[in-house]
Ligand binder design. Structure first.
Ligand code: UFG
Length: 345
């Protein structure tokens, strides 16, 4: 039997990466992971071993350190040689990025440069980059297609926009490179095993982890940021996508790069928008308890509605989301209710 292709994941113990790790293994790939644990837990690795039933190939360290990346490629040599890299490692909190812009530029762009340089050193040129729907800023038209105007409204978004542009320039200058920029909409949910999921530190910034903590009794109610938007019920509308669907989108992108030897930029969303109130109600059904809502002022920087046109990803990658809002809530609740303190609780 041929040796399976080996894929390097940076930020491998993070929320989206850990789900992608399992999806890649399910698709027959071998995975090497690297993480500094600056915003994740080593317990994730035990859980991945437990769910996936395969040995874990892992390097601990910061990917801005070239020696750390060299160790990853060396470890990859022992399991068939790394064929592609999925670069997840990044800081991702919008509010924090406004408070500490230089940290975001240094971390997110520094890591992207270091990863690309290490790839070149080791003769690997297939890269999947974690981008975000944040690159569309306030959308002019819905659903959002990939040719919509790009603009960043905060330093975090700026790092994704500049990251994409840097990679497009690299591809234009050097035909060896093939890059997939994946623009995530709103990843939520958890692995159906309930053993891995999102484990934010401190007060969650994002809606579903906050709702999950209300459901489990850690917080008294959900603050709904704005109920006077131009949306059906006045609350913000987003394209929530099950993290396992998103993970499968990465597998499709890795496969596309390997088979087509072309670059691609696609939305990864469902195409379906739900409001804050709709999500809270669906979560309440999944958890068997109502989520108390308190209407609060709009949050600075939020847009009324944001959802994807996912047709390009379907056409080019042969990928589309399969899981619905109820699956997202049921799987999130299984994770939250069985791990109320997160990985280290
Ligand atoms: N919301 C609340 N209460 C909360 C948290 C969120 O009402 O406690 C609302 C927000 O106002 C928004 C919706 O829930 O209407 C979703 O908010 P999230 O923070 O979960 O998600 P965002 O769409 O604001 O942000 C996400 C990612 C960012 C990314 C952005 C745009 O977290 O990284 O999408 O792509 F930049």
């Amino acid at each position: 039997m041929a040796t399976p292709d080996c894929i390097l994941l940076t930020g491998a113990a993070g929320y989206i990466a850990s789900h992608t790790w399992l999806a890649l293994q399910d698709a027959g790939y071998t995975v090497v992971g690297v993480d500094s644990f600056v915003n994740s837990s080593p317990v994730v690795l035990d859980r991945l071993r437990e769910i996936g039933g395969q040995p874990i190939h892992f390097v601990q360290g910061d990917v801005r350190d070239p020696a750390v990346l060299d160790r990853c490629f060396e470890l990859g040599q022992t399991v068939g040689g790394i064929k592609a890299v999925v670069h997840f490692a990044a800081l991702k909190a919008v509010g924090e990025s406004v408070e500490r812009p230089l940290d975001y530029f240094e971390n997110n762009l520094g890591s992207l440069l270091a990863v690309s340089q290490a790839m070149q050193r080791h003769g690997v040129f297939d890269l999947v980059f974690s981008s975000s729907a944040t690159v569309y800023g306030e959308p002019e038209r819905l659903p959002i297609t990939e040719d919509a105007p790009l603009r960043a409204t905060n330093p975090y978004g700026q790092t994704k926009l500049v990251g994409e542009e840097l990679l497009r320039s690299l591809v234009a200058c050097d035909a060896r490179w093939h890059v997939a920029c994946l623009r995530y909409f709103n990843p939520v949910g958890a692995h159906p095993s309930g053993r891995i999921g999102e484990d934010p530190r401190g007060i969650p910034n994002n809606l579903m982890p906050y709702v999950a903590q209300v459901a489990v009794g850690k917080r008294p109610h959900l603050n709904v940021f704005g109920n006077d938007y131009d949306t059906p019920d006045g609350t913000g509308v987003r394209d929530y996508i099950h993290v396992c669907d998103l993970a499968e989108g990465h597998v499709a992108a890795v496969r596309y790069l390997g088979e087509q030897q072309r670059s691609v930029t696609v939305n990864l969303g469902t195409g379906q928008g739900y409001s804050v109130v709709q999500l809270a109600q669906a979560y309440g059904r999944a958890a068997g308890r109502e989520i108390p809502l308190v209407f609060a002022p709009r949050r600075t920087g939020d847009v009324a509605a944001c959802y994807a046109d996912p047709a390009l990803a379907q056409r080019l990658l042969g990928w589309s989301a399969r899981r619905g809002l109820d699956d997202m809530c049921v799987d999130s609740w299984r994770w939250q209710s069985t791990n109320p303190g997160g990985f280290e609780g």
